[in-house]
Design a protein around this ligand. Structure first.
Ligand code: ADP
Ligand code: MG
Length: 699
């Protein structure tokens, strides 16, 4: 077997700190570092010097083109390649790349969604280099991570508000740390996103229009075996999948992506990849790249990687877990319980900031993961419910309770804890009870937000999380900066926060009906079941006020985003509906009809040969199938009409509501009849590969 040198491979296609230090002059390096670490403005001369070195490095690695690489609101990344070549006087070419080209690009922005932000006469937008995320080479192209804005300064992408939210949190967290006597350069949030996906055979994928057009199956009867044996979870990885994973790791490592763990997931053909965590904007870029490269590498292995949240009904769908924490430039994790009473008080304050943020902005967190695809998972007992709550585990909950009630904490030294004076009792990381049903769980030194869909950009939820936590920290800092007695005011503040927000804390089983009842009726938590229910809350006054106060979004940006997300929902489901109609009319009905013909032919032939045959099988099957074709015809006409009616809806919200209330139920109804017919027809006459084949044929 060929031996791999992973340390040599790792980051070999990234213009990372090692390359910068080796290739840039000491002055240029120092100045760029200041921009990266402390957000200082980049000097033009420095940009020029960096561009030259970047180009030389990229050309040495075989790159011929460069592109500004950005994340428009379509949810996937965008790039427009320019070659380095410039004509030389002698008729040849030289490879050129200027500081200006590094810093700023002007892609034609007119075809990206802007939600009315950009009037058509001002179709241009510009991209601006994000020096905190390293440039890299992909397919002979130097990719420069950038933010994407309109000329009026409105963000047209997911990265700009993410960077703004990180700045907001940085600002407020530093105020808090100062109160604890700590001066730090910066506080940054880190994220480790666990990514789930399905792998299926490419040839079978291509036979199914639903997978090709929508990324999920819109029909399909359940095979005799699904995931009930749990034999796939953490099971032995099949050779074809292993080959894919090895190749994938190589490609990710070259790009400096810390792909770390991989395993089979619960559903057949489902897998997971988790990287080691990194700074949020880098983690976001890397997750986008990971999704792209997964799909590319799969194709090379004759496979297709499905990132849809619910590719198959009846087995688990795919999600993403957003592991999140805050750390200082000195590497101190602010969500790590400390060793001293002083550190513990600080930890509890940051913990309370998150608890308050999640309670106050449940709706924002919920809508940050809302898509048509994810609507199939949340609340369906395979992923957390649509109700947002926080899991702390029994021990940490016990500690908070004792602080709230001024009662001694069980198991500790039986003293009533005075923050900053007494040590926090040691608690284990609750590894026994991981409570998979909780949407937002504390796991020892980080929070894990588990409601994301597998194809979601992680930018959206981190924007909301960072902003909401920044707001709690701001309120805390405003109060504590004016404290007469810091220790006792701090204690009071923590106590009050626990009391005020304990309704969001829940350690029980989030999948039960009792929880839905308790959460909504007794605790008053919100239960926003679908994208259509959730998204309009983006424009609630309290949410707008907060996001604008921290300069994460402007009002016009918020309006446009709400519009784009709803539009996206409508378009997605509309394509699904049209695909169903297409498959039914062109394939399913004709296939059933052919089978009916052969049954009828057989019956009449058999009866003509012998007066004794009953043809029970043929006749009962025929009768039921014929009934089903009539139903299917009625249902497909219903769906066609529902889709047609959408055109008369007034505005995007009304359209989205009609989709939720009218189109989706009709799609489900239609599917039910087709799936029943599948069970009655011979497999040979069925026009598309079955669930059994799709889920169990990769070895
Ligand atoms: P699980 O047990 O939930 O499957 P994994 O071990 O697969 O968890 O993944 C946990 C993820 O959390 C990894 O990406 C890991 O790097 C990340 N992680 C660990 N510590 C932190 C932290 N302090 N901040 C953010 N992410 C973290
Ligand atoms: Mg996890």
């Amino acid at each position: 077997m060929e031996k791999k040198n992973v340390p040599e491979l790792f980051g070999s296609m990234v213009f990372d700190d090692r390359v910068m230090r080796a290739r840039l002059s000491a002055d240029v390096y120092r100045s760029l570092r200041k921009t990266i670490d402390e957000n200082e403005k980049l000097d033009e001369a420095v940009a020029e010097a960096v561009a030259t070195e970047m180009r030389d490095w990229a050309v040495e690695k075989g790159a011929t083109h460069f592109t500004h690489w950005f994340q428009p609101l379509t949810g996937v990344t965008a790039e427009k390649h320019d070659s380095f070549i410039a004509p030389a006087p002698d008729g040849g070419v030289i490879m050129e790349f200027s500081g200006k080209e590094l810093i700023k690009g002007e892609p034609d922005a007119s075809s990206f969604p802007s939600g009315g932000l950009r009037a058509t006469f001002e179709a241009r937008g510009y991209t601006a280099w994000d020096p905190t995320s390293y440039a890299f080479i992909k397919d002979h192209t130097l990719c420069i991570p950038t933010a994407f804005c309109s000329y009026s300064g409105d963000a047209l992408d997911k990265k700009t508000p993410l960077l703004r939210s990180m700045q907001a949190l940085d600002r407020q967290a530093k105020r808090i740390l100062k109160l604890f006597g700590k001066e730090v350069k910066y506080v940054r949030t880190s994220v480790g996103p666990e990514q789930e996906y399905f792998l299926i055979d490419k040839e079978m994928f291509e036979q199914r229009p639903d997978l090709v057009y929508t990324g999920r199956t819109l029909f399909g009867a359940m095979p005799p075996k699904g995931q009930e044996l749990d034999d796939h979870y953490f099971g032995v990885i099949k050779p074809r999948v292993t080959a894919f994973m090895e190749d994938l790791n190589d490609e990710l490592w070259k790009l400096g992506i810390l792909a770390k763990t991989e395993h089979n997931e619960v559903a057949p053909a489902q897998h997971e990849l988790a990287p080691i965590f990194s700074t949020t904007n880098v983690a976001t870029d890397n997750n986008q790249l990971t999704m792209e490269i997964m799909q590319k590498v799969a194709r090379k292995h004759g496979l297709v990687c499905l990132l849809h949240e619910k590719p198959f009904a009846g087995v688990n769908g795919s999600g993403k877990h957003n592991n999140w924490s805050m750390a200082t430039d000195k590497g101190a994790n602010l969500l790590s319980p400390g060793e001293t009473p002083h550190e513990n008080a600080q930890f509890l304050l940051f913990l309370c900031a998150v608890i308050q943020a999640v309670d106050d902005y449940q709706d924002l967190l919920r809508l940050s993961v809302a898509t048509a695809g994810n609507d199939h998972r949340l609340g369906a007992n395979e992923a957390p419910p649509a109700i947002i709550s926080v899991f702390l585990g029994d021990e940490l909950s016990g500690i908070l309770d004792s602080i709230k009630n001024d009662t001694p904490y069980q198991g500790a030294e039986k003293v009533i804890m005075k923050l900053g004076v007494h040590s926090l009792p040691r608690f284990s990381r609750d590894t026994t009870d991981r409570n998979r049903t909780s949407p937002f769980a504390f796991t020892g030194n980080k929070f894990e937000f588990r409601s994301l869909g597998s194809s979601n950009s992680i930018a959206c939820c981190n924007i909301m999380l960072n902003a909401a936590v920044a707001e709690s920290l701001k309120q805390f800092a405003d109060r504590l900066e004016n404290a007469k007695d810091f220790q006792s005011d701090l204690h009071e503040l923590i106590k009050e926060t626990i009391k005020k927000h304990e309704r969001i804390l829940f350690n029980g089983n989030g999948y039960t009906d009792e929880w839905v009842k308790e959460a909504t009726e007794q605790r008053g938590l919100s239960n926003l079941k679908t994208t259509v229910d959730a998204m309009p809350h983006l424009l609630d006054q309290k949410n707008k006020d907060m996001l604008m106060a921290h300069k994460v979004f402007s009002e016009t940006e918020l309006n446009s985003r709400c519009e784009i997300m709803l539009e996206n929902y409508c378009k997605t489901v509309n394509i699904e509906g049209l695909t169903m109609v297409d498959m039914v009319r062109k394939n399913y009905l004709p296939a059933i009809e052919r089978y009916l013909f052969s049954l009828a032919q057989t019956t009449s032939l058999m009866k003509s040969v012998s007066g004794n045959v009953k043809c029970n099988y043929e006749i009962t099957t025929m009768e039921r199938l014929s009934e089903l074709t009539d139903y299917i015809l009625e249902r497909v006409k219903d769906l066609e009409k529902a889709l047609e009616d959408l055109k008369a809806c007034d505005g995007v919200l009304k359209t989205a509501e009609a989709i939720r209330d009218d189109v989706i139920p009709k799609m489900e109804h239609l599917r039910k009849h087709v799936d029943e017919a599948e069970m009655l027809c011979s497999e040979k006459c069925w026009p598309f590969p079955s669930y059994g084949k799709l889920l169990f044929s990769v070895y």
